[in-house]
Design a protein around this ligand. Structure first.
Ligand SMILES: [Zn+2]
Length: 261
């Protein structure tokens, strides 16, 4: 049995007003955010947790210039650095379907797509104020019945509810509030503390320290409870927290082709 390996794939940078990152606690300044994906090389397959954003989508539909991504930082580019191609990915797991977490799904044509059942529903029928956040549905053409089905990618969805161990040592924990079906990921490895990836349930270390959720949320009470839950999970499992968009912490990550095991 081979040891599980975790690769952090650099997916580029976004810019956001500080007050969007810290609800009622941030200023007007623009803050730089890293976007990254997590590749888990496991005996049961290659699992990709989140797939970053599509630069063209941001430039066209969000705001030109706020997203930065080189070709090397796309999912095909990051996988090529490891001698892999998107066809080698067996499973894509999405923490949630916001546009900066699923933009590379469409490259992984052979993967089973895993998400929380509530998240697929949220992507299909987002709240009016969430339309833009869910606007990249290239991973699931035809998800909304009103839109014509485009024959580029028909994912096999596997929807889950509750906390799950989807493969030995790979856990998904429900952390709703930012979105209804948000999952955080924990991976147990042989030679180090478990890695607990918060995704957008905790943007940064400051989010956790000050228990401040982002202004993007569908349920602020649930989002605050999820922050607390992550804190408790980290303590219970002696896990290291890897925040979703922390530029300072990101600078200390081991970035692919280096890996954790
Ligand atoms: Zn999000």
């Amino acid at each position: 049995m081979a040891d599980t390996k975790v690769y952090i794939l650099d997916g580029g940078r976004l810019a956001m007003k500080e007050y969007h990152m810290y609800w009622n606690a941030g200023g007007e300044a623009m803050v730089t955010l890293p976007c990254y994906s997590v590749l888990i090389e496991h005996d049961d397959g290659r699992f990709l947790f989140d797939t970053g954003f599509d630069l063209h989508h941001f430039d066209q539909f969000v705001m030109p210039g706020i997203a930065q991504q080189s070709l090397d930082q796309t999912i095909p580019g990051q996988l090529a650095n490891l001698g892999l191609s998107p066809a080698d990915i067996t499973h894509v797991i999405n923490s949630h379907y916001h546009i900066d977490h699923c933009g590379g799904n469409k490259h992984c044509l052979h993967a089973t797509t895993i998400c929380h059942a509530c998240e697929l529903e949220a992507a299909r029928t987002p709240e009016p104020f969430e339309e833009l956040a869910y606007s990249d549905q290239s991973f699931a053409p035809g998800l909304r019945a009103s839109e014509p089905e485009i024959d580029i990618y028909t994912p096999r969805f596997e929807t889950l509810t509750g906390d799950q161990e989807i493969a030995r040592g790979v856990f998904l924990f429900e952390t709703p509030g930012h979105t209804n079906g948000h999952y955080s990921l924990m991976v147990k490895l042989s030679d180090r503390r478990p890695m607990l990836f918060t995704a957008d349930a905790a943007y940064t270390a400051r989010s956790m320290e000050t228990r401040t959720i982002s202004s993007a949320h569908v349920d602020p009470v649930a989002a605050c409870r999820s922050l607390e839950r992550l804190n408790i999970l980290a303590q219970d499992h002696d896990a290291e927290l890897f925040y979703g968009h922390d530029i300072e912490q990101f600078g200390a990550y081991r970035i692919a082709p280096a890996y954790y095991s």
